[in-house]
Each structure stands twice: as structure tokens, then as C-alpha cells.
Design a protein around this ligand. Sequence first.
Ligand code: MN
Length: 285
Amino acid sequence: MKLCFFNDNRLGLVEANTVYDVSEALRQLPTSGYPYPQTDALITNLEQLTPEIIRLREGASSFPLNEVTLLSPVANPGKIVAAPVNYQAHLDEAIADPATFTRANVRKIQETGLFLKATSSLIGAGQQVVIGLPERRTDHEIELVAVIGKRAKNVSARDALSYVAGYSIGLDITIRGPEERSLRKSLDTYTVLGPWLVTADELSDPHALEMVLDINGEKRQHANTSDLIMDVAELIEFASQYYTLEPGDLLFTGTPEGVAPIVAGDRINARIDNIGQLSVDVVQS
Ligand code: MN
């Protein structure tokens, strides 16, 4: 299934160029009182809700895909975990340009570990990336994103993919400079997720996916997830040694070479095999 959120938080089932409104399935989510769980309720209950989503598709009102406003397909991730420099060619380009990539931040992922992006930075493809600090260089980073489907603590890489609910395309928008990644990559709108979530049953091998990013039609990044230094399964094993991963947590797996600046007026198109294409506009604050 391809699941999206659209317009005023409607739940959509995407087929070809049509979005079917299956929001009524959300009524089956268990109600919870304060304090609310710090996990995404839909992803937590996705397996149980799937038959209802499929049932509702018949007779659902439908919309052309290009006429809806796409929001983040995961509404309430408890955390956004991200991998720094996880493609060798991106590590090489960073090492070659110390004026842009602060040396202290450019190390192998095994040495750097992971970082967190603020959940408040998350938007969907139908929203806009708002350049927060125009005087600073701000870059695009296309990334495969795994959405965690069930609680994971100290899982082995061998079992790790069974903890994934699905996959999506992420943009890890980044200010270059010496500060901590969690600061430079957490401005409002600097985490884009979409255009939808492809459930894991439809994407059996996340490690052989072509990815391409262009700006206004000009190709900037082109790689394959087979080039990941630490692959999705290894990232989950590594992350789950530190954090308990919860349903709805997002795992940004790192960007390949070709990162470059974006400015207001740009349109970012990011495509990953078996998922689709996310297009988002960049504007000035
Ligand atoms: Mn990144």
C-alpha cells in the first residue's frame, strides 16, 4: 500500500494518480488519555487497520493526486534519527572541500554515530521549505527513509528489516557550518518526508534502489542504496543499541554525493525506485 496524509489531515490510499480518502479507518484507532503516547498511533496500529483501509477503498471519494496537498505521511514520529555521511563518495566530496564541510564533522559514520533532527522540522511534499537563514549556505540531501513499525531494542541486523513498517523519501535540508548537526538540520521545514509511505511488503529489498535528485530539472544527486556504508538493517541494529526505536520513528539513512545549495524559487524533485517522486518548493521566509 501507498499511504499518504493530505489536505486537512485526511488519510489517503494512493493508486497510480488517484488518492482514495480512507480517513474513516482512523476511527478505529484506540483512544488514549493524557499523557499521550510518544509514538505514532497510526503506524503502531497499521497492521490491525489495514483490512479496514482496504475495505474503505471501495466507495471512497477520490482525488487526482496533483490536486491534493500532501502532508508528512507519518504524522507524529517520536523521533527522527539520522545517519551522517553514509556514502563513501559523499565522504570524499566533504573531505575535498574543508571550506564548506567543517573538518570536525566529517568522519566515518562508525566514529560519528547518529544524530537526531527535531520533530518540529517535519513537513510533507505539498508544503514548502522555508529558508530560515538566507545568509548561510543551505543544501539539499536526498535520503531513503525507513519508518519503524514496532518497538525495537538491541535487534540484530539479521532481523532488523522485520521492524520496518515502510519506506519513504526524505530531504534532510542542511545548513553547512561548524555547529552541531541537530541545530543546523532542525530549522522549521528542514525535514521533508513523502510523497507517501510505501509499506514494507511492497519493497522487499531497500538496498538496490536508484535515487535521483534534481533542482528545477538539473540533476544534482544520483546514486543507489547499494552504496550505503551502513545499510538499513545495520543502521537499525546500531540505533537500537542506543535508543528504543518506537513505531513511527523515522530513520534517515544518509545522503550520497552531489549535495549543493538551494535558494528560494527552487523546486526540488527527489525520486527513489519503488517509492515514487517527491517534489517540494523552496521559498524565502
Ligand atoms: Mn543527511
